[in-house]
Structures are given as structure tokens and as C-alpha cells.
Design a protein around this ligand. Sequence first.
Ligand SMILES: CC(C)(COP(=O)(O)OP(=O)(O)OC[C@H]1O[C@@H](n2cnc3c(N)ncnc32)[C@H](O)[C@@H]1OP(=O)(O)O)[C@@H](O)C(=O)NCCC(=O)NCCS
Length: 147
Amino acid sequence: VAFDVDSALHRVDWVQAKADLARDDFDNGRSPVALERSFAESEHVAFAWDGAQLVGMARLLSDGVCNAYLLDVWTASSHRRRGIGSAMVRYLLERVPGQHVGLQTSDAGDFYRELGFRAQPEFMATVVGTWLDNPANRACDKSDAAQ
Ligand SMILES: CC(C)(COP(=O)(O)OP(=O)(O)OC[C@H]1O[C@@H](n2cnc3c(N)ncnc32)[C@H](O)[C@@H]1OP(=O)(O)O)[C@@H](O)C(=O)NCCC(=O)NCCS
């Protein structure tokens, strides 16, 4: 399957994207507007397209100097094991030369090892208060009340 990778936020239908993520059991609760905001506010984004169909996405936070963090890497289950995920991650990594790139994964260790990532114990994390309980998501809830 031929596919393209770009960073064209305007091409994405976020209601459809959330539905696609949910179908693959990879929806973590953000409304379509909040999902869009997560990508729009990220330093670098990657979308994979099979024609007009969105078949993958990924995003990278970065300070533009030394540290970056990879998030929300997803390939549609119908399109996996065809190099799309790797192409999106490489697209993002090319944009942060010289930077340390972190990520957290439960199930995709083999995928990231293939791309050169290595475990670096000990990763620690906390959620401040309750997941998604912040003004950005409350604002989104209002405008998404119909969804
Ligand atoms: C992880 C994910 C993004 C990989 O996307 P993909 O487009 O299928 O990845 P690629 O085709 O580029 O895979 C490249 C290589 O990674 C490895 N790999 C990918 N998926 C794998 C799997 N499920 N099991 C073992 N190895 C895997 C393989 O070595 C593969 O090469 P091969 O197909 O020639 O054997 C995709 O499976 C996905 O969206 N999973 C659900 C969401 C998720 O877990 N995202 C990561 C969150 S941290």
C-alpha cells in the first residue's frame, strides 16, 4: 500500500479520528477538540494517509534544544506491519537532531527497539489530580456537547 506522511493538521477530521482510535481501542478519553488541540500544540506532528484516509498519526513534544517526547503513535489496525508507524516516527525524529527523545510504552517495545530506542530505567510518572480534569478539556466538553 502506498502511503504519504505529512504534518497537515487541516486535513484531519478529528471526529472521525477519535472514532478510528476508539475502534482500535486506543482512545484515551479526549474529545475531538481536545485531541486536535493536543496535536496543534505539539512541536511536531505526523499523519499518514492512504489517499484521503487517515491511517496513522503521531506527535512529538520538544523544547527545540535537547529534550523531546514521543506520544500518540498509532497506525490503523487495517494498515499495520507495512512500515507506516516507522515512517511516522522517523519523520518526527528527523526534526529533532541532537535531542534526547523519550517515550513510554506497554506493548510496542519491539517496534521502538527496531527504531533504535532502548529502555532507560527508571521511568516515573504521575497524573496531577485527575486525568483530563483541566480547563482545556472542560472548554472542549462544552463545544462538543453534541458528541
Ligand atoms: C505500534 C504501532 C504504531 C506500529 O505501527 P506499524 O505501522 O504496524 O509499524 P511498522 O509496520 O512500521 O513496524 C515496523 C517494525 O516494528 C516491529 N513491530 C511492529 N509491530 C509489532 C508487533 N505488534 N509485534 C512485534 N513487532 C512489531 C516489527 O519489527 C516491524 O517490522 P516488520 O513488520 O518488518 O516485522 C501499531 O501497532 C499501533 O498503532 N499499535 C496500537 C497503538 C500503540 O500501541 N501505539 C504505541 C503507543 S506507545
